[in-house]
Design a protein around this ligand. Structure first.
Ligand code: IPM
Ligand code: MN
Length: 360
């Protein structure tokens, strides 16, 4: 089949890790007889430098014309300590989410048996962890009414949700739970916030449509605690934008494999796939960043956006093989030889080409 994929490498290590995913996907396409058309666009600081806009219209057109988007990372340290910068790379991310209607951010947390001791948590706590946080991505306080008053001495940001916004996110959560262990946790702060009460009420009303799903309602502060105490007890968690932002960062360290975790943002117009890590500017241009999270994001893209399950499985298989054989970057190498970002990508692509049992 023909796959039209928009490629947004972004800033920092983004371009390096995205390059490796392209190598691997190209190798898979060759093996399975697919034609891939990659179309690159500028985002983030790279786009500010080039055209003064972190998500320019030209990039938006490329994304709208594509079947899926593969994204690296954005962010540049020169903006971090400058609260008055007129345009920031992160604004590009928010604009992109809104314009592409990327309403659901899917972040899985699972363990890799060979890496379990990298986790800051004890093995017995995390073994068997396999959860998904489904974060609402285009509403809430991130996009609410905001401003200053009293000559700038008072600032406000408001959290607004409509029933429809909650419904479409929750529906996805219920459907995911149905394909997994049939457990759904609605994370909110309904003891305090009106918007959380709307979330809870809406999800409660949907329960009858999914009678097989066991639904729990938990306050976000308690979930923050239980996530590190008993992560394996969760299956699918749904939550609003800001709670999800915080909890997904917390969840990312559970498995000890931050450099390996992929994510998807499901949208109205298209879907976007990206590693959960950031632009890691200290490593930019050094060919040392771990490309596996981006490679696994590409696998997620093939499976979710194109329904290419065998192709995705092959990518996951060679990724596991690289971990098992120690063909890894310095973050995972320990005392063994560390491979370069590009070497890991070359190795994975070569393994894909050499793989014998396919499409069985
Ligand atoms: C994320 C990031 C973004 C967010 C920032 C960079 C705007 O932290 O993707 O989680 O808060 O959503
Ligand atoms: Mn975040």
């Amino acid at each position: 089949m023909e796959l039209n994929i928009a490629l947004l490498p972004g800033d920092g290590i983004g371009p390096e890790v995205v390059d490796q995913a392209v190598k691997v996907v190209d190798a898979v396409a060759e093996k399975f007889g697919h034609q891939i058309k990659w179309a690159s666009g500028l985002t983030g600081a790279a786009a500010i430098d080039a055209v003064g806009d972190p998500y320019p219209e030209s990039t938006h057109k490329i994304c709208m014309a594509a079947d899926a988007v593969l994204f690296g990372a954005i962010g540049h340290p020169r903006y971090d300590n400058d609260p008055k910068a007129p345009v920031r790379p992160e604004q590009g991310l928010l604009k992109m989410r809104k314009k592409l209607g990327l309403f659901a951010n899917v972040r899985p947390t699972f363990t890799f048996p060979s890496l379990i001791d990298n986790s800051p948590l004890k093995r017995e706590r995390i073994e068997g962890t396999d959860l998904i946080i489904l974060r609402e991505l285009t509403g809430g306080i991130y996009f609410g009414e905001r401003g200053r008053k009293d000559n700038g001495d008072t600032a406000f940001d408001t959290c607004t949700y409509t029933r429809e916004e909650v419904k479409r996110l929750a529906k996805l959560g219920f459907e995911m739970a149905m394909n997994r262990r049939k457990k759904l946790c609605c994370v909110d702060k309904a003891n305090v916030l009106e918007s959380s009460r709307l979330w809870r009420e809406t999800v409660q009303d949907m329960e009858t449509d999914f009678p097989e799903v066991e639904v729990s309602y938990e306050f976000v502060d308690a979930v923050a605690m239980r996530l590190v105490q008993w992560p394996s007890s969760y299956d699918v968690l749904i939550t609003e934008n800001l709670f999800g932002d915080i909890l997904t960062d917390e969840a990312s360290v559970i498995s000890g494999s931050m450099g390996l975790m992929p994510s998807a943002s499901i949208g109205v117009h298209t879907s976007l796939f990206e590693p959960i890590h950031g632009s890691y500017p200290q490593a930019a241009g050094k060919d040392i960043a771990n490309p596996l999270a981006t490679v696994l994001s590409a696998a997620m893209m093939l499976e979710d956006a194109f329904d290419l399950k065998d192709e995705a499985s092959l990518i996951r298989a060679v990724t596991n093989q690289s971990l098992a054989e120690g063909i890894v970057t310095e973050d995972l190498a320990g005392k063994s030889k560390a491979y370069k970002t590009s070497e890991v990508g070359d190795w994975l692509a070569a393994q894909v080409r050499a793989w014998e049992i396919i499409a069985s």
